[in-house]
Design a protein around this ligand. Sequence first.
Ligand code: SF4
Length: 467
Amino acid sequence: MKQETTEYNYDWMLWSILENAAGSDDGTAKEYRALISLVPHFREVLDALVRCGREGVLLLKLLARYLRQCIEAKERGKRIALTSFCVATPILYAFDVVPMCLEALTVLGTFVLRRGTAEYLDYCCEVGFTETSCSAQRGALGAVLAGLAVRPDFIVCDSPGICDTNANSFAFAGAYLDVPFFQLNYPPTLADERANAYHHRDFRHLISFLEEQTGRTLQETVLSDILQETRIQDEISCELMELQRLVPAPAPGIYDLMLYGGKFMMGGTPEYTELLRSMVKRARENAKRGIAGTTTGRERARGLFCYIDHYTTDMRFWSWLNDHDITHLGSMLFTFWQEDACYARGREEEGYRIETGTLDDMIGSLAGQMSRMPMVKQIRGPYDAPHMWLDDTICAARLFKADFVAYIGTMGCRNTWGMVKLLARDLERLGIPALVLYADAFDDRIQSWEAITDRIEEFIHLRRIGV
Ligand code: SF4
């Protein structure tokens, strides 16, 4: 790692950049224009969010607050858990534990750092971790392993389906840092009694682990309050998705990122609720005016991203879609399988409901939520088995009236590379144009951003989408 990369801590750099970005809207328009010229490598991110209005600024504030909570955790006497995006944060917040979500921190690094996360990605391999792993964890993990981020007290991760590379990242970190480790498991089925009972038992073990690590006992009233907040967040998210079914779709594409990013970092907190309320308000207003969520208000085509989004530097993925009047209808990371979500209608046994009556109800709700997190649900077995990737993609493509479906993954995503061509073939047979992009969502060195946009342009042109 270059010496200049080791001068400042990764998490501190992200925090200081985003803390300042969150205040950029406080001054005059002239001050803002001057500021924008001084941040060339993340100008697009900042401007896209500020132009979004209140919700963009709320997201910046949420990110700054989240990062501050990570870097100040130790001095405030809080425990830090290194987690994955598939962990439901309410259980950690109920123990006053700060969730340090590796994938979210990797995305933030690629968005705002001039050199992205390449050196941190490579550092993991320098200390012995495999380079064929998922880059989603490796970006921020490199900084943690190098001691360039706050040291976690323990690790809590969820097994995203059969994703060995995700699970290995956390296991490697646990061994390398010599910290306690807990991984939630997954049975191969989802919605039967045996699977439910398994998840419930597994989740009770997680609670025992957290009690042991924190020296606290789970406070039912604290958990109940957080879960009630989570229920409100679920209701708002479901309304947003319902609005996104309209033609034109009224929510800006970047809401996809706001919805899942906020949930991965601060699900169950009032800050996330405020962000969601602001988003749904704007989407409702656009719907009333009959305009799309793009800057022009026009919708040329509707794209569904059946896996993850692309996190190229400066957030150019969302800007590119917006500039071409292409509606981003959501990605797999957008789907959490709340029982009331439009895609869970008629498939209620696949959804989860938040109940707060008794401790048993709350544990059942959290176990249900965690077992249905993105990837955990869809990639736990054959892609075309009931309740899995194919089922979910077809359902979403029809429900959201997608003109095309696009796949973007990571080089380490072996479980989806093994099935994505078959998935695309099945979609095409149903008349849904499907594009497989050979990019790495977190590492531009695999395929440049320009090469990706060329391929999307070519695909849209050849398939006469939006003409
Ligand atoms: S993107 Fe693929 S490799 Fe990465 S965590 Fe998800 S399933 Fe695993």
